[in-house]
Write a protein of this length. Structure first.
Length: 434
């Protein structure tokens, strides 16, 4: 009888050992997979960060070169017009190449001619910019050994101190591919082939050429470098699943500029959209505009509220949210030759709700600091007594005019915020974000 029990025990041990081995193997493979993904993402992130910093440093030299080409916009009649698409633009790039001893595109004149040709008639559409970027990259490749090409490219779009937003987006990708190999290998910048092979070995489909930099920009807001790398990474799961993941990495830094830069967005409208301003300037402008509509309710800065309607009473805070920013929506590029519309965007309700809730929380805290008997200083110089505990709280959220298409979602977000914080949320749709 004991002999039978012994055989049963041995069988039980075998099953348990098999399960333990399976679990151990699965854990080991998962850890190996995670290490491979982290290694690749870390290497790309480092290269992306260093590329952004290098471009930021080059902007200073390119900006100084732009001053040599006749000064910044508004400084005189001799400034270079980068939108002329002809001799002035060509001369600007040629001059920088000769100053730096350039070797670009075989000759400075050849490279300058290519730059002028590709950027002079550049449109603002996604497909137009992507196409120009690919064509420019073919011209940039011979410049890998020298920084002169980078300087020529940047000075070309900075000539006269005015940068075309579309041109800054078009050259961002080619410059990333030009500079990044130096930070992905030990062979310096002239190691495109080695960088491609290494990235493919790490699982990036297409290597360096497989990385999409189409959402990158140089001086889009007149002061910063933003690089975005999107690629598909193969999962080394030893053939178990054969899957891949989509990876998006970003790097951003302030550019070094000798003087402020004017950004030409290509919009012929005389009234500039507030959505073309950076976050701080946009918020300040929108609050000022709302106060100008109701000057008697405008509260002096520092109180944590923007408007005070004593008749209700009601405290109002004005904020702006560009719902078409990558933080709040996912952008899908339109087909070739088609314009960007709201159909290209899918809203991230969770992200929008988080932003609205944070602003609602700030308003509630600011209102809580105002006690009966306190005085609120108005911009008119008058001081009014603060409201009591029953003072209404209103959060006015300004979004782009195209956001009206998503009004149902925004109202849903507002209702969720109102239920949580007991405040009123309303929306103002103004100016185009496209």
């Amino acid at each position: 009888m004991s002999h039978v029990n012994d055989r049963g025990s041995r069988g039980s041990f075998t099953v348990e050992a098999s399960l333990s081995l399976f679990l151990f193997t699965a854990a080991f493979l998962s850890l190996t997979l995670l290490v491979c993904v982290i290694r690749t993402e870390s290497a790309v992130q480092y290269a992306l960060d260093q590329t952004a910093k290098e471009l930021a440093a080059y902007c200073y030299t390119a900006g100084r070169a732009g001053q040599l080409f006749g000064g910044f916009a508004g400084s005189g009649d001799d400034g270079v017009d980068p939108h002329s698409g002809g001799e002035a633009f060509l001369s600007a790039v040629e001059k920088l190449s000769s100053l730096s001893g350039g070797k670009g595109s075989e000759t400075p004149e050849g490279f300058a001619g290519i730059m002028a040709e590709k950027l002079s008639g550049l449109g603002s559409g996604f497909s137009s910019i992507s196409s120009a970027a690919e064509e420019l990259y073919e011209s940039f490749e011979p410049l890998a050994e020298s920084p002169d090409g980078v300087l020529s490219a940047l000075s070309g779009i900075l000539a006269g101190g005015v940068i075309r937003e579309a041109a800054g987006r078009a050259i961002a990708g080619p410059l990333c591919r030009l500079i990044m190999p130096g930070y992905l290998t030990d062979s310096g910048r002239n190691s495109l082939g080695e960088a491609n092979a290494r990235l493919e070995k790490w699982g990036i489909y297409g290597g360096l050429r497989g990385i999409n930099f189409a959402f990158s920009s140089i001086l889009k807001d007149g002061k910063s470098i933003t690089l975005v790398a999107v690629y598909r990474l193969k999962l080394f799961d030893f053939g178990l699943f054969g899957g891949s993941i989509r990876v998006c990495q970003t790097a951003s830094t302030a550019a070094w500029l000798p003087e402020p830069v004017i950004v030409d967005t290509g919009d012929s409208s005389p009234a500039d959209s507030v959505w073309r301003l950076d976050n701080f300037a946009r918020g300040k402008r929108i609050v000022a505009d709302e106060k100008a509509k109701k000057p008697s309710m405008a509260v002096a800065g520092g109180a944590g509220i923007d408007l005070y309607d004593r008749s209700f009473p009601e405290y109002v805070s004005v904020v702006s949210v560009n719902i078409f920013n990558p933080t709040y929506s996912v952008f899908t590029p339109p087909p070739d030759d088609e314009e960007t519309t709201t159909d290209c965007y899918s809203m991230n309700r969770k992200a929008i709700l988080k932003e609205i809730n944070e602003n609602a929380s700030k308003l509630k805290k600011s209102a809580g600091k105002l006690r009966p008997g306190d005085m609120i200083k108005m911009e008119s110089g008058e001081e009014l007594p603060a409201g009591g505990e029953r003072t209404l709280l209103r959060l006015t959220v300004v979004v782009p005019e195209e956001g009206i298409r998503f009004s149902t979602l925004l109202e849903s977000v507002g209702e969720s915020c109102s239920g949580k914080y007991g405040i009123i949320v309303d929306y103002v749709f103004r100016d185009s974000a496209f």
